[in-house]
Design a protein around this ligand. Structure first.
Ligand code: SIN
Length: 318
């Protein structure tokens, strides 16, 4: 069966392989639809079965992902192996991150990080509990944070636990030229003390002094290697610190940048159903999660696609 990409990024399948028969193509039908969320970030891919994506479909998903930064796939029915295989279309996988307590990953699958409030025999089966998870991009406290994460909903609570996304391209684009120039060449320390649930990571001494807190330095603005677009790169707010600034100067500038980045006018919020999978790009987005009732169950499996050091370039004068 022949297939090709349409200008809208849809995969087109021609069951008659007309070209090979020397006559015009007919009965061309899209294998899936790309439906933007209507917000400034995110799209839903309708009609794709993530268990059986072919190379052309993977290419089309990747193109849609580069365009929309976050993709939602509903009604998926994935085994752990299916989730791993889908994630590996985008690169090698990182191991689940170091966490506060409880089990980090699914037994036998150290790449599958468990996000859950569920307790079994007094032990949490995953991380982040039922509280809010604050805005962040994943694992930026390492030198080469993952380029992407895929989060698959296994059990969801009847209310709460929504996940919201914001675009860091959008944040950069909304800054004035003067602020962009100010950010040029600056480095930001990304804290390794706390996770997004506010828990202290295993093996770390708790501190709220951003100058001495453990962490790594990244450029404040990074360039996405596939799209060439500039994105603000903030990681997490807590214990963040701009190199060479006083703590007060650093906090003032960071507060300004964070309020631009997380402006609710530009956020897309996703209400989960079981079987949803959301794939996001950590190089150009941040996300947060609402709290939910502690007595209800939420079980999510996440994979992380290995990354590279954040690259930067000089800011344009336009
Ligand atoms: C995460 O930050 O990766 C988890 C988000 C969520 O639980 O919705």
């Amino acid at each position: 069966m022949a297939s090709s990409l349409s200008s809208s990024g849809m995969v087109l399948m021609d069951s008659m392989s007309s070209e090979a028969h020397g006559r015009p193509a007919r009965s061309v039908k899209p294998a899936f639809d790309i439906v933007p969320t209507g917000r400034s970030i995110g799209a839903e891919i309708r009609g794709a079965d993530l268990k059986v994506l072919g190379p052309d479909e993977v290419r089309a998903v990747r193109a849609a992902w580069n365009e929309h930064q976050v993709l939602l796939f509903r009604e998926q029915s994935l085994t752990l192996e299916n989730l791993l295989a889908f994630s590996r279309h985008f690169g090698d996988l990182d191991l689940a991150p170091i966490q506060e307590n409880g089990r980090r990953f699914v037994d036998g699958h150290p790449e599958i990080y468990v996000v859950s409030n569920v307790m079994e025999n007094g032990i949490a089966i995953g991380s982040l509990g039922s509280g809010e998870a604050v805005w962040h991009s994943d694992m930026t406290y390492v030198d080469d944070p993952p380029i992407a994460s895929a989060l698959y909903a296994v059990e969801v609570p009847p209310a709460g636990g929504d996940t919201s996304f914001c675009s860091m391209y959008g944040a950069w684009d909304r800054l004035s030229i003067d602020v962009r120039r100010q950010l040029e060449g600056l480095r930001l320390k990304h804290d390794a003390t706390y996770n997004s649930g506010g828990y202290v990571r295993q093996g770390v001494v708790e501190t709220d002094d951003p100058r001495t807190a453990p962490g790594v330095w990244h450029p404040l603005v990074r360039v996405h290697p596939e799209t060439g677009r500039s994105a603000l790169f903030l990681g997490r707010r807590r214990n963040a610190y701009i190199d060479g600034f006083t703590p007060r100067e650093s906090d003032e500038l960071l507060d300004k940048l964070w309020s631009v980045a997380t402006d609710s006018a530009y956020v897309w919020q996703h209400r989960w159903n079981e079987g949803d999978l959301v794939l996001w790009d950590n190089r150009c987005t941040m996300h947060r999660r609402d709290s939910f009732e502690a007595s209800s169950r939420r079980v999510m499996y996440r994979t992380q696609i290995k990354g590279d050091v954040a690259r930067t370039r000089r800011v344009n004068n336009q």
